[in-house]
Design a protein around this ligand. Structure first.
Ligand SMILES: [Zn+2]
Length: 1010
């Protein structure tokens, strides 16, 4: 226990360590895998819900291609490869036969204009009457869309006052009140409703939540029998190869037929030096599809049969980034159907979109997802032209654009839209102070107050903690905040429940005063304890009425009260055993239970961790993972080094546009069904993702399966709908729609594959797998899939085209092996004990689970640029930088000791100085003192060359603002820094016992040929 902080109030008993934690909080009974005992309001109530039947799969062993280096995964599982995550029936539109969705063009008939129906009025969104006013409010239409109200997740809507955690103690009691130095003390005695929450069931995320690795399945069906001729026959590549380019690409492996190990020219290996190149077929074939920044399919050729699916071997799914930032001029159109109400399919609730077809003279429209013929409401009616198109098409973006946002009317809410709400839970123990963290965040939060979304509606509040919990009364009538200390950690209550969370604009002066004095208040704090768990519960109590964003700043391993964590650390003996994965998952169920509760009450949690020691990111990160949040990890934070990074990333977190109290669902056409979801969220029902807060930096992946043996439609449509509250207080629905062709040809599936989406899904699946299995098994699973896919592909063409020993692959997948290798070398998955610190590994896993495709690819295959030529040539201006500095292969071979290189993975920049650089250049860039350790050197700024270098760094950072890459300078030969900053990240090299790119290709090729 740390000494008293002299700045804090006297006379309050400090807890004596060690604490006996209270019996596990009773309200969190863990029993169900998903939130919500009620069918989601998204579900059409008019449609019957047939039980889902498992499609029939031919049983069989995994293909015999597994070499000794890797193992097949979960071969014994009897379920189909993309089995549903839960056993419950899927609540979807019915599967009885529909009319085909491809319809003849509607006949042209004269419009019939009918009277306009009376408008539906919307309630004013800006008021916040007591929750009880809304408790019995029922939406006017039976087919209720989703709503973002916490209580609707589970149990009756909004019938309870704000809950307290634990049914045994009241939410509010007279507090032991301490005064802020110099501020009046307050005795709190107000009573508040006591809510017994013991009745609800807070399901901890168990096996069926997204991270469960058992969803990673491999098709049990072996690939089709391969003709014997494929095994590297004696026929060398012939002149016929040139004509095959359209079919596939190939690598010549082996100078002699049948020999694999010599003659592979590393220069010809495919490398994504242009970055992420998206397949164009998707957009070309269906120009009205939403932009691929929002939705990418792993292949835009949808297999028409189970047998094709089983021969695809790669994940069949999508990666969705519903709020991706759009470039200027491509803003998402906002549509307000004010009087009409949002036009949706009566049966499957699909939103009207460019692929619906109008018929019957414009009086009916056919749903592209379920083919139901819907009536066109009178006030949405327009006549059709001779081509069967509505004459007013150009006035309806929802009928021409794949991405729109609808303003949702009153029936999409059962409480008024919540205000943007930011709550801060700040560790003020000794390390937070000494590292400078406290000062940086106080400063940054203050600097962002004017830019928080929500304008005058925004709410804010703070709790700080060390061995006790400190509340702050921010009431607007005060001139200074009042601090109240609660030291009874076993029995948390909140003093002054009404004034801990305040309207920012009303209490701005008090908030400013608080942030100004926060660092100095604790500057002498020597407390080394952390009552994080109890403080977390306190934050929950304060926030649970409204929801919002909880930002946690954490420096010390939680040591007191509920949720305390032990130094289980990184145990070298666990690696390679069945216990290895246990290190990567939370030990104490408290964190999962809290996460479930936060989600239920629309709270998203972002965790900022700063410790210089083991801090159990595996447990803390769980809070972010299941609440749609994010983990920011700054190991051994020192303000002097990491200040800019923290400042930028916190500012981005606070000021980026955020969608609140959101739920997301992706629909797809008949015969196809989404089966598993991967990312940071919690499932509210089988297919509804609960996302208390979403922003442009978050992506989610999902897999789908065929429900039927054979698809009879020509096109499958996908529609993502994100119902949310905008920061301005409007309920809105962001809708992305896309179409993809159904094919009967495996080659076509491969040709239309999207490596970026595949890698994003493979990565997520592997990270999930690493939570239940050894790292090695997670890596092997990636390799196995790549091998199987390439083997299948080879089977398609090898005999026919006599490709001999050549390695063949579809052009669309040419980078797949390299990205697969990079995945196995990523911080989250690489090596063993010594290759990544456990906390770092877990933090990387949480981060990668949420990354959009482009960001993921950049992290896996970062750019390496040589910049000395550009710096030395004074005539070259900034605009030619991209032309002059091309990306290079990520191998030590690319580094010339006379050069300067920049490595950029989107999270970190490394400037590498070759040893043979001229002393003049060194002097210009880093000053005189060349002998020093480059970790202490910074760039000088007083000459043109150094300014040019700074400009490059600025440009690289500006290319993607989601994270702030710190810049590290390193000199060639400076060990160990050169090793861990750069050399170990050159994914093409053989590092730490892991394959080089060439070896990897040879290994895959051998396995493909087996
Ligand atoms: Zn429909």
């Amino acid at each position: 226990m740390g000494p008293e902080n002299s700045n804090k109030a006297n006379n309050y008993p400090r807890p004596t360590a060690p604490f006996v934690p209270p019996q596990t909080n009773s309200p969190f009974t863990s029993s169900r895998p998903v939130i919500g005992s009620q069918p989601s309001p998204f579900t059409p109530t008019s449609a019957p819900t047939p039980p889902t039947t498992s499609p029939s799969y031919p049983p069989g062993p995994v293909s015999g291609s597994s070499g000794p280096a890797f193992r097949p995964v979960q071969t014994g599982r009897p379920t189909p490869p993309y089995g549903p995550p839960t056993s419950g029936p899927f609540q979807r539109f019915p599967t009885q036969p529909f009319p085909l969705s491809s319809q003849p063009p509607p006949p042209h008939t004269s419009p019939v204009v009918q009277p306009i129906s009376s408008p539906i009025t919307r309630p004013p969104p800006s008021q916040f009457p007591p929750m009880s006013n809304f408790q019995n409010r029922q939406p006017p239409i039976p087919t209720m869309p989703v709503n973002g109200v916490p209580s609707s997740i589970n149990g009756p809507p909004m019938q309870q006052p704000p809950p307290s955690i634990g049914s045994t103690h009241p939410a509010v009691r007279p507090a032991q009140t301490s005064t802020w130095p110099g501020y009046p003390g307050v005795q709190t005695s107000s009573a508040a409703p006591v809510s017994n929450q013991g009745g609800y069931v807070a399901p901890p995320p168990t096996s069926s939540v997204p991270f469960s690795s058992h969803q990673v399945g491999y098709g049990p069906t072996p690939p089709v029998a391969s003709p014997l001729g494929m095994y590297g026959g004696p026929t060398p590549p012939t002149g016929g190869m040139a004509g095959l380019v359209e079919d596939f690409s190939s690598l010549s492996i082996g100078s002699m037929p049948g020999s694999y190990d010599a003659g592979l020219d590393t220069k010809v290996l495919p490398r994504p030096l242009e970055g992420d190149v998206e397949p164009t077929s998707f957009a070309q074939m269906y120009p009205m599809n939403c932009n691929s920044r929002y939705l990418r399919l792993t292949t835009s050729a949808i297999p028409n049969s189970q047998s094709l699916v089983s021969r695809w071997h790669l994940p069949l799914g999508a990666v969705v980034c519903p709020l991706a930032e759009s470039p200027e001029g491509e803003e998402v159109p906002v549509i307000n159907f004010a009087t009409t109400g949002i036009v949706r399919c009566r049966r499957c609730r699909t939103y009207v979109n460019p692929y619906v077809t109008f018929t019957d003279g414009g009086r009916k429209w056919r749903c592209n997802i379920c083919a139901l013929l819907n009536d066109v409401q009178n006030d949405y009616f327009a006549s059709l032209d001779s081509n069967g198109r509505r004459v007013d098409l150009d006035q309806h973006p929802e009928l021409t654009k794949g991405c729109v946002e609808f303003v949702a009317p009153a029936e999409y809410m059962v409480r008024p839209p919540m205000p943007p709400l930011y709550f801060f839970l700040i560790d003020v123990s000794i390390y937070s102070v000494k590292s400078g963290m406290l000062e940086v965040i106080a400063e940054t939060i203050k600097s962002c107050l004017d830019k928080l979304p929500g304008s005058t509606r925004t709410q804010i509040g703070f709790i700080t903690f060390d061995s006790t919990i400190h509340f702050y009364n921010m009431k607007s009538s005060l001139t200074q905040p009042q601090m109240m200390v609660v030291s009874d950690l076993d029995d948390i209550f909140i003093p002054l429940p009404d004034d801990l969370l305040v309207n920012l604009s009303e209490s701005r002066t008090v908030v400013d005063a608080f942030l100004d004095s926060l660092p100095s208040m604790f500057q002498d704090n020597l407390n080394v304890e952390s009552a994080f768990g109890p403080a977390l519960k306190a934050a929950f109590m304060v926030m649970s009425q409204l929801g919002g964003k909880l930002l946690i700043f954490q420096s010390t391993l939680p040591s007191l009260g509920v949720g305390r964590l032990r130094l289980r650390g990184d145990d070298i003996r666990a690696y390679g055993t069945d216990k290895e994965n246990a290190l990567r998952i939370p030990e104490d169920p408290f964190y999962k239970q809290m996460a479930a509760d936060f989600t239920k009450f629309q709270v998203a949690v972002n965790v900022y961790a700063f410790s210089d020691k083991y801090t159990d990111i595996a447990s803390l990160g769980t809070l972010a993972k299941y609440t749609g949040g994010q983990v920011y990890y700054y190991p051994s934070f020192q303000a002097a080094i990491h200040k800019d990074k923290l400042r930028h990333e916190l500012a981005r977190d606070l000021t980026r546009e955020t969608a609140w109290e959101a739920v997301m669902r992706i629909r797809c056409g008949k015969g196809v069904r989404f089966t598993s979801y991967h990312g940071n969220f919690m499932l509210r029902s089988t297919d509804l993702l609960a996302l208390p807060a979403v922003d442009c930096d978050k992506a989610y992946a999902m897999q789908f399966a065929l429900e039927e043996t054979l698809l009879t439609t020509q096109i499958v449509y996908f529609q993502v709908a994100l119902l949310h509250t905008s920061s301005s207080g409007e309920r809105r629905i962001r809708v992305h729609t896309a179409a993809a062709s159904v094919v009967a040809d495996l080659g076509e599936m491969y040709r239309q594959a999207d490596t970026g989406a595949i890698v994003s899904l493979l990565g997520r699946l592997a990270i999930e797998k690493s939570l239940s299995y050894k790292l090695e098994e997670a890596r092997n699973a990636i390799q196995l899939r790549i091998v199987k896919a390439l083997k299948e592909y080879r089977n398609l063409y090898a005999v026919q085209h006599r490709v001999g020993t050549r390695m063949i692959y579809p052009e669309s997948l040419k980078y797949l092996p390299l990205y697969g290798l990079a995945l196995t070398k990523s911080t989250a998955l690489r090596g063993g004990y010594a290759d990544s610190q456990l906390d770092e590994r877990c933090a990387a896993g949480f981060t990668m689970m949420a990354l959009p495709v482009k960001k993921m690819l950049k992290l896996l295959y970062p750019s390496l640029l040589r910049v000395d030529g550009y710096l030395l040539e004074s005539s070259m201006k900034a605009d030619v930088f991209e032309k002059v500095c091309k990306r290079l292969p990520l191998a030590a071979e690319s580094l010339d000791s006379r050069g300067i290189y920049i490595y950029d993975d989107g999270f970190r920049l490394v400037v590498w100085f070759g040893q043979m650089l001229s002393p003049d250049v060194f002097r210009n860039l880093v000053g005189e003192d060349l002998a020093t350790d480059f970790s202490r050197v910074s760039l000088v700024r007083d000459n043109e060359m150094s300014r040019k270098l700074m400009d490059i760094l600025k440009k690289l950072r500006g290319a993607d603002a989601s994270y702030y890459p710190l810049c590290h300078l390193v000199r060639q030969g400076e060990q160990p820094r050169e090793g861990y900053l750069l050399l170990s990240n050159l994914v093409e090299d053989q590092v730490g016992g892991m394959n080089s790119y060439v070896d990897w290709i040879l290994q895959i090729h051998r396995q493909v040929q087996q």
